[in-house]
Design a protein around this ligand. Sequence first.
Ligand SMILES: *[C@@H]1O[C@H](CO)[C@@H](O)[C@H](O)[C@H]1NC(C)=O
Ligand SMILES: *[C@@H]1O[C@H](CO)[C@@H](O)[C@H](O)[C@H]1NC(C)=O
Length: 383
Amino acid sequence: MYSKIALLATLLAAAEARFNQEQAVAPLIQALSSFGQPGQAATLAGASPGVLLAGANACAKLQLADKIVAELGNDTQVIAVAQKVVAAEKNFNPFAVSIPSICSDATLPATAELRGIVPLVDPAVTGSDVENANSAKSLTAPFSADGLSVAEVMIAQGFSNFTLQGLDGSTSAAAAGAANSAGAAAGTDVAATTTAAAAAAATTAATSCGGGTITVTASAAAAAATAATAATAATAATAATATEAAAAAGTGAAGADNANGVQQSTIQGLDFGLCVPTMKFEAGLDGRPDTEFTFQAIDPLVNKGQEEALNPNIITNRICDQLTNVCEANQAAKDACTAAKAQIQALGTKDVTTADAWNTALGFAGTNTNPDNAPQPGLVGHT
Ligand SMILES: *[C@@H]1O[C@H](CO)[C@@H](O)[C@H](O)[C@H]1NC(C)=O
Ligand SMILES: *[C@@H]1O[C@H](CO)[C@@H](O)[C@H](O)[C@H]1NC(C)=O
């Protein structure tokens, strides 16, 4: 049995490992800036962490891979990066489910060069050694994929410990998929774990480790698309602070509040404490003409004492500083901020997509970047 400390360490390590996976392909896409229209590669790069988040549909990253080729062309360099997007590991929330979700739509990816490639899965999942070897192999020698979804290709190659997810969000256990896929996995011991059962197991695991005083909520982000909600209260047996426990457990589905009653990141493990670290891009701030757009942190606690700026890097820097100065953010949130800061610098853009990329990178995708309803004459960056 885990000691309390070991359990917490494991939870933190898991949360951090997930975060890094989201960032895995953004720099590769960013590096394709000589292909397509100016800014297209950067925008695609900015969209990539979002499709690898636990809450994203399993098919979204395949659509992004198709879009990369559609917008940047079919040069071998572009194809190689798009293939890596197909092969990238997508997060899942280990406190809600124990296995990944894989796209079951046979039409995706549509690009011929991207078919037959299978993704990496978390090394903690039983059978991942087989799958991760298959994934590496598929990048050099794609598997036969005629009429098959990525999920079915995986089953045919001997890995079925996952949940199938359609483009519409509907899910089914791999057992059903295996039966449907021409006997591909006959005799395979497939998973039939339901989300609810997994969530219940997670609760049990947490509570069986001894008496504790801290209540945390397991995130339903991984299962957001399933009808069965996995949100469940779990008692964390640890003497850590509520903030640490909450961070470790990756609390909060999209838009939920953290222990401070502040909107929570959708990324597991990130707790921004008293602050929401989002950025806006508005015209007319601080008496500028209403044709001049600048960046500023949205949260008054974060932007206090900071002038708005034409250079987004000034604002990202300030936001990251404030996480330590006033926000009481956890280390994972600070690390994520540092990574996002580098991402924005690498993007080099100065428009609304910059603010969107920042907000997405920190788990606040879809944030209104014009919360003050400033005029938006010919807003640069809107496509
Ligand atoms: C790449 O795209 C061009 C133009 O769309 C097409 O003519 C060409 O055949 C494609 N090359 C490959 C290898 O698919
Ligand atoms: C699938 O992986 C999970 C997590 O490692 C494990 O608990 C479960 O037993 C595995 N199921 C099968 C059928 O291998």
